[in-house]
Design a protein around this ligand. Structure first.
Ligand code: GRF
Length: 196
């Protein structure tokens, strides 16, 4: 998994793996932020963690090359992004095509970008939600795996909405990862079809 921050999705995934709800092992956590709480969560669960310092690598390609070294060393089959605040290089995305999953806190293609929950709230939508998708070269863009709707209540606050979105994420992401791990997901152009 690649993370940068709180790691609440990481925690949900750790819990799901421990309960046997995901047919995969979480073998490696890569992080670009030494202060991320996610690192602490991973260490507590005895998962190998790697901090790769963005200041040490001159460009995205070099940084991603370092990540690839660790992925290969640990024989990683697929990658789950959860709040990873770096854009992946085209080289990386091409190399791991169809093997990188991301979660985004809106119903894509609405509200792409780093402030999706606040943007949806400010826009005044009555419905927002969560999207799990494959990663392609454009940010928050690749084929959609699953989406879940989260209604915005008339008396909602941003923090209340954020809380419900995160709760939805923590349920939806482990399910989507399990579908992928069981090889149930087939990508057909922009569409993801469920096999079996
Ligand atoms: C989540 O809302 C996710 O959708 C977005 O970044 C946030 C990460 O939260 N991409 P956490 O680090 O998993 O708590």
């Amino acid at each position: 998994m690649f993370v940068s921050g709180q790691g609440s999705n990481l925690q949900a995934i750790i819990n799901a793996v421990q309960k046997g709800k995901i047919k995969a092992q979480l073998a490696l956590v890569i992080c670009d932020n030494p202060k991320a709480y996610a690192l602490k969560r991973a260490r507590q669960a005895n998962i190998t963690t790697v901090f790769i310092n963005p200041q040490v690598f001159v460009d995205r390609k070099k940084y991603d090359g370092e990540m690839i070294k660790y992925l290969q060393r640990e024989k990683i089959d697929f990658i789950v992004l959860a709040g990873f605040m770096r854009i992946l290089s085209e080289e990386f995305v091409r190399k791991y095509k169809g093997k990188v999953l991301n979660i985004h806190p809106s119903l894509l293609p609405a509200f792409r970008g780093a402030h999706a929950i606040a943007d949806a709230f400010e826009y005044g939508v009555k419905v927002t939600g969560v999207t799990v998708h494959f990663v392609d070269v454009q940010v928050d863009h690749g084929p959609v795996i699953v989406q879940e709707m989260v209604p915005v209540k008339s008396n909602d606050t941003l923090s209340a909405l954020e809380k419900r979105i995160h709760q939805a994420e923590h349920k939806l992401y482990p399910k989507a990862i399990d579908l992928f791990a069981r090889r149930r997901l087939k990508i057909r152009g922009r569409k993801v079809v469920m096999a079996g």
